[in-house]
Design a protein around this ligand. Structure first.
Ligand code: ADP
Ligand code: MG
Length: 329
């Protein structure tokens, strides 16, 4: 069937039928607004991300299911970075009339499969046609007790800087895709990143992170956000930045500076946070128990700015600060 035959309301009906029931949703898709029941005592955390064809994704590279997952994952990652519990989301789509209905089915299937994994429910959205490619906007609502919400500010001199997982894989994956490679762990991480929700929640529950952010624009840029919001600086230990075996093996084919993609490349969706040195072992244990090891990559300093230290590259200079949509180089 063509999208023109199915129509806006046919499509919305198809989406609505695939949504799992949720007791906290009094009114879901189909009314003028959704009505949801908040958890008493919790703050509402709200985040929104757009994915635009040609800017954020290329339909030749991703499957519809992975695009559906990623559109939700990037939002789940923002709630993880607040230490929050994701609950409900809205999906807005601008769709080229030529897009096959099968594509949309698989896209929704991928997205709602991930939603079920994380207990989040689609409660509404908006649908319109597009003359210039597919545009996807997801708005996700989460919850957390006020004392457990972790912001980007508050990092203190002496805090250690932690990061989950490994860095640079997603940016390496993007470089590989541009050169025609279509598989491998880096490509997979780029197309279908895993939001560190369990890690973020468990750390927040234990009251450990002082300041936290998810790495969407690159380590240097996102650490910069924590430093700016906290009014502090940091010493970054280049040799401690966690790199995957695959990254170590392949980065030389794509970048002359082996740290460029790990420091400047975005979309790893790992958690970057600070905690006092006394919390070190507990942080390691919590992250390990959630399935994603954490590493210490530096220390927060009183003096502003980011200094990079390395025994192997003593004069290392940051060549790229991270992804910036409005930069034209
Ligand atoms: P209105 O004109 O009152 O804004 P719409 O016709 O846009 O309502 O939407 C009808 C219902 O379908 C609403 O509940 C809306 O939230 C939902 N909806 C529309 N588009 C989507 C979508 N892409 N995904 C999920 N729900 C949607
Ligand atoms: Mg509407």
């Amino acid at each position: 069937m063509k999208l023109a035959e199915l129509g806006e309301f046919g499509l919305i009906g198809q989406i609505a039928r695939k949504v799992s029931p949720d007791k906290t949703v009094r009114l879901g898709i189909g009314d003028d607004a959704a009505a949801t029941e908040p958890t008493p005592g919790c703050l509402t955390l709200t985040t929104s991300d757009m994915l635009i064809e040609g800017v954020h994704f290329d339909l030749d590279w991703c499957t519809p299911a992975s695009l559906g997952r990623k559109s939700l994952s990037v939002n789940l990652s923002d709630i993880a970075a607040m230490g929050g519990v994701p609950r409900w989301f809205l999906l807005s789509l601008a769709i080229p009339p030529t897009l096959p209905v099968e594509f949309l089915d698989a896209f929704i299937q991928g997205m709602l499969g991930l939603a079920t994994e994380h207990n989040v429910t689609l409660i509404g959205g908006d649908t319109c046609s597009s003359r210039n490619g597919l545009a996807i906007s997801v708005t996700l609502l989460g919850e957390q007790l006020p004392e457990r919400v972790v912001s980007r500010s508050g990092a203190r001199p002496g805090d250690l800087v932690f990061v989950t997982g490994t860095l640079g894989d997603s940016a390496l994956g993007l470089e590989m895709l541009k050169k025609g490679e279509r598989s491998g762990p880096a490509v997979e991480k780029h197309l279908d990143p895993t939001p560190r929700l369990r890690e973020g929640m468990a750390l927040a529950e234990a009251g450990l992170p002082i300041a936290m952010i998810d790495i969407s624009d690159g380590l240097a840029a996102d650490l910069g956000h924590i430093l700016e919001m906290s009014g502090v600086g940091a010493r970054l230990l280049l040799d401690e930045i966690p790199l995957s075996p695959f990254y170590r093996e392949r980065v030389a084919d794509y970048a002359s500076d082996p740290f460029r993609l790990a420091l400047g490349g975005g979309e790893d969706y790992e958690l970057l946070f600070t905690a006092p040195p006394s919390a070190r072992e507990e942080v390691f244990a919590i992250c390990r128990s959630c399935g994603t090891p954490a590493s210490v990559i530096g220390t927060i300093t009183e003096s502003a700015g980011l200094t990079i230290e390395s025994a192997t590259f003593p004069n290392y200079r940051l060549s790229e600060k991270g992804y910036n949509h409005f930069r034209n180089d």
